[in-house]
Design a protein around this ligand. Structure first.
Ligand code: 2GW
Ligand code: MN
Length: 297
């Protein structure tokens, strides 16, 4: 992979990248066809990203849903490890969405970081728990979260931080490469294929398969993303359809139509079940083990 000229242009526009050294990882793709950086360990300087973000005096939001048993099972570890690794040294506001605010664990937060709990209704079907998130996020971004934060990351709760996840990940819009699919040919990617669905991608469409467990961006960009996905889900439901991977299918459609400004390598959200891979140097988030039998009843 040669030097990505437009990624260097983006560096000039975008202050939250750290120094880009795409040539430092010749064995992986470090630039998309539309010129967005794909950030891998070694392609950015975390200290520079940190300094540039501090100069901007940013507040960074991190949203997570913890409904039903996911609260006891995953939330404490997610938050505790976020304190160790997520945007350390920046101002951070966590938004936890749950139907049981009283059960949210009291995690000790470093100065400059705070946690807000928002009550949500519990959906009956698990698919709806996941899909309702887009609508709820849209409203939150239009309210206090949107006023407090400059950039926001939206994450699944069934994962934990394992390495530094810092301001190098910030950009106007940010998508996460799915760790199970980043090496697959495009025709095999699990996009929604039913042309009646708002999430459908036709053969030949799609850049990458993105993981809905991590996406982010500016408040304005995320307002657009969440509106698009929530609208698509609503239209599908009116037709009696449900996209193959729920909100993730709609997210993939959105990023096909509106290319992300930055793409995170699978190092940023890695599944340990895949085993070790030479190109995965330093995982930032790891998927927590699932117990489908316990959780999806
Ligand atoms: C979801 C499915 C089955 C049983 C329970 C739940 C569930 C999800 C729940 O009971 N409580 C809850 O808070 N959630 C939230 O939704 C939680 O934040 C969780 O991380 C998120 C997505 O559900 P999850 O993590 O079980 O789905 P995955 O790991 O298979 O995620 C991918 O696919 C999903 C759609 O099926 C979403 O797009 C998700 O963003 C993807 O990572
Ligand atoms: Mn998940």
């Amino acid at each position: 992979m040669g030097v990505c000229p437009s990624a260097r242009m983006a560096l000039l526009r975008d202050n939250f990248t750290g120094l880009l050294h795409p040539w430092a990882r010749p064995e992986v793709l470090t630039c998309t066809s539309w010129g967005a950086p794909i950030i891998w360990d070694g392609t950015f300087d975390p200290a520079v990203a940190q300094r540039e973000a501090l100069q901007q005096n940013l507040t960074i939001g991190l949203t997570v849903f913890a409904v039903g048993r996911y609260l006891e099972k995953y939330l404490a570890r997610f938050l505790e490890t976020a304190e160790q690794h997520f945007m350390v040294g920046q101002r951070v506001v966590y938004y936890v969405f749950t139907e049981r605010p009283d059960a949210v664990p009291r995690v000790a937060l470093a100065p400059g970081r705070l946690l807000r709990v928002e009550r949500v209704a519990r959906e009956r079907r698990w698919q709806d728990v996941s899909m309702q998130r887009m609508h709820t996020l849209h409203e939150a971004l239009g309210g206090r979260l949107g006023r407090e934060a400059r950039f926001v990351f939206c994450m699944d709760v069934d994962q934990y931080f394992h390495g530094a996840f810092g301001p190098e990940a910030l950009a106007e819009s940010v998508a996460q490469l799915h760790s199970w699919h980043y090496r697959w040919p495009r025709w095999l990617l699990p996009y929604e294929r039913d042309a009646r669905s708002a999430a459908a991608l036709a053969p030949g469409e799609g850049d990458f398969y993105y993981h809905a467990a991590v996406f982010g961006g500016s408040v304005a960009a995320l307002r657009g993303l969440t509106a698009h996905c929530a609208r698509g889900q609503r239209r599908d439901r009116e037709l009696g359809l449900e996209a193959r991977w729920h909100d993730e299918s709609h997210l993939n459609k959105f990023f096909w139509l509106h290319k992300p400004a930055k793409v995170l390598s699978p190092e940023f959200c890695w599944s340990p079940d895949i085993g070790s891979r030479a190109e995965i140097r330093r995982p930032r988030l790891l998927w927590a083990p699932k117990e489908y039998a316990l959780l999806r009843d």
